[in-house]
Ligand binder design. Structure first.
Ligand code: PAF
Length: 277
């Protein structure tokens, strides 16, 4: 595997390639990321991964400085997955001057759910993904369903800008007890880690009840929030939404393809998860 930190070197290495498959990450790789690499390999060649902890997508009170950085271990994992190039730019390479031009997602998709609780987050994500895609020029890029709204926003961005990149969705990888894999799980204290699968369990209960015919979505959302709060979580939202646009289904749309999404804080750690219904 070639580890490249300069945009010019990356372009030199990829000249003439038109089937590149790309997986952007912020590092601290776990089995979820590795499943993205495997899916990328099925859809193109060469596989290019990136590791870049993108300051633009962190709010002033978020965890940019303490975000786990495990570069050497990440390199070993990517080598085992036969990744051809790891693009790992420095901050100075990605943002040599203050990044004044930014990509703002549509308000409809960008200002709800995560966008409501993390102001500027999706602008930071879109801006870096656009820039990374401009460097890699992939034919396909793989994003995980764990970050469902991010996946939809990036896909819509590629379509609206007519980028030649197809966005492929990868299923969420879970621990044996149901907890969705995430770099932020590292922050959990042992007692919190034992409690953490409750988020996925709450989503599974909502899904079960919708599948068994319950259409009182307000009540199901409320009950899930209350059960999390009672167990000591601080939920931001539990929301049953249409998969097509993440808006709440109108009365005549209750049987549309749905997804239930949630975000909640457990101690100091904010976790998100979702389940398609
Ligand atoms: O999902 C992530 O890890 C990040 O948001 C991404 C897509 C790599 C952009 O920084």
């Amino acid at each position: 595997m070639k580890v490249i930190s300069s945009i010019n070197d990356l372009r030199d290495q990829l000249r003439g390639q038109n089937r590149t498959s790309f997986v952007p990450t912020m590092g601290n790789l776990h089995e979820g990321h590795l499943s993205l690499m495997r899916l990328a390999r099925q859809h193109g060649d060469p596989v290019v991964a990136s590791i870049f902890v993108n300051r633009l997508q962190f709010g002033p009170n978020e965890d940019f400085d303490k975000y786990p950085r495990t570069f050497e271990a990440d390199i070993e994992k990517l080598q085992k997955e036969n990744v051809y190039i790891l693009f790992a730019p420095t901050e100075r390479e990605m943002y040599p001057q203050s990044q004044e031009y930014r990509v703002h997602p549509s308000h409809d998709l960008g200002d709800i759910l995560e966008g409501e609780f993390r102001t500027g987050f999706f602008t930071g994500v879109c801006t870096v993904v656009m820039k990374l895609m401009s460097c890699v020029q992939p034919r396909v890029a793989v994003f995980g369903k764990k970050d469902y709204q991010q996946l939809m926003i990036v896909r819509a961005m590629c379509e609206q800008f007519a980028l030649p990149t197809e966005v492929i969705a990868a299923e969420t990888v879970r621990d044996i007890d149901g907890l969705a894999l995430s770099s932020r799980n590292r922050y959990l204290q042992p007692a919190e880690r034992a409690e953490a699968p409750m988020l996925a369990a709450a989503l599974a209960r909502v899904r079960e009840r919708v599948l068994s015919g319950n259409r009182n979505f307000e009540m199901l959302q409320h009950e899930a929030m209350v059960s999390l709060s009672t167990a000591g979580w601080k939920p931001d939202y539990v929301a049953i939404r249409k998969r097509s646009n993440l808006l709440a289904p109108a009365a005549h749309e209750l049987d549309a393809p749905l997804v239930v999404l949630a975000a909640a804080k457990l101690g100091a750690t904010r976790l998100i998860d979702n389940l398609e219904i």
